[in-house]
Write a protein that binds this ligand. Structure first.
Ligand code: APR
Length: 247
């Protein structure tokens, strides 16, 4: 009987970018310990004080572009897995990231879904057009598509808004042999529910690779804890050598 192709879906969160110099959200020194979600990461906040919200994302965009922020070994290992896995097991590797940084792309990953958007893109509130954005927003710039002035917001999904490409993500989860969760606390849905979806809709093996147990740790069939730049390269070598080991 022909062996089924073995697709892999990888969910990443802020923890994978921590060793590249970007803060997580809910660690001790995380972003939400310094700024209140309601002030900068909701549509209401943007309506009430667009300058404050633009300022929050402008600072993070400047840090990403000007702060010598580079992919780390974990990002590089995932890009290697995407390249080499098809020859090994015939399947595809897709990263679904909650992160709005560009470190997966910078490491060479291509099959990538930014479910919470991207800080290096802007979205026009007038025409919905999405365009590259490497400068500050909120300074009277015009939309490259409809030329409306001052209608550009960060192309970032705020709390209360629907994450992007959800139908495609659920299709991938239902058709994967391995679901890997990396660097996420499992606090935010729908991403926190992906492991359950993968398990209940398919035959996926599920593994959590994180600094410490996440909220959903007990749902995973397997878990390893430590810094991503140690765990991920070692796990990718293992996968490429031995395939998916059901624990
Ligand atoms: N290696 C691996 N994991 C790490 C590392 C590291 N070096 N450092 C921290 N972590 C882990 C933490 O233990 C934590 O479980 O990464 C996780 C980060 O969790 P959060 O800060 O909650 O970030 P995340 O899960 O990505 O947040 C999800 O919440 O605020 C929203 O939109 C935002 O996309 C974000 C979403």
């Amino acid at each position: 009987m022909e062996q089924r192709v073995q697709n892999i879906v990888i969910l990443t969160g802020a923890g994978i970018s921590k060793e590249s110099g970007l803060d997580t959200f809910r660690d001790e020194d995380g972003i939400w310990s310094k700024v209140c979600i309601e002030d900068v990461a909701t549509p209401e906040a943007f309506r009430c004080d667009p300058e404050k919200v633009q300022g929050f994302y402008n600072a993070r965009r400047r840090q990403l572009l000007g702060g010598n922020i580079k992919p780390n070994g974990a990002h590089d290992a995932l890009a290697r897995l995407e390249k080499e896995w098809p020859d090994k097991a015939g399947g595809k590797v897709t990263i679904v990231t909650q992160n709005i940084d560009n470190l997966h792309e910078a490491a060479g990953s291509v099959n990538l879904i930014h479910m919470h958007g991207e800080i290096l893109k802007a979205r026009c509130s007038a025409c919905g057009g999405v365009s590259p954005c490497e400068d500050d927003l909120g300074q009277g710039e015009s939309c490259p598509d409809c030329v409306e002035i001052n209608r550009l917001r960060p192309h970032v999904v705020w709390f209360g808004e629907m994450p992007l490409e959800m139908a495609r993500i659920y299709d991938l989860l239902e058709d994967c042999a391995l679901f890997i969760s990396i660097g996420t606390s499992g606090n935010v849905y729908p991403a926190a529910g992906f492991v359950q979806h993968a398990r209940s809709h398919g035959l996926a093996h599920t593994i959590e690779l994180n600094l410490e147990p996440s909220e959903g740790a007990t749902i995973f069939a397997e878990a390893r804890y430590g810094p991503a730049s140690d765990l991920i390269p070692a796990y990718v070598v293992e996968l490429l050598k031995y395939g998916i080991a059901k624990k």
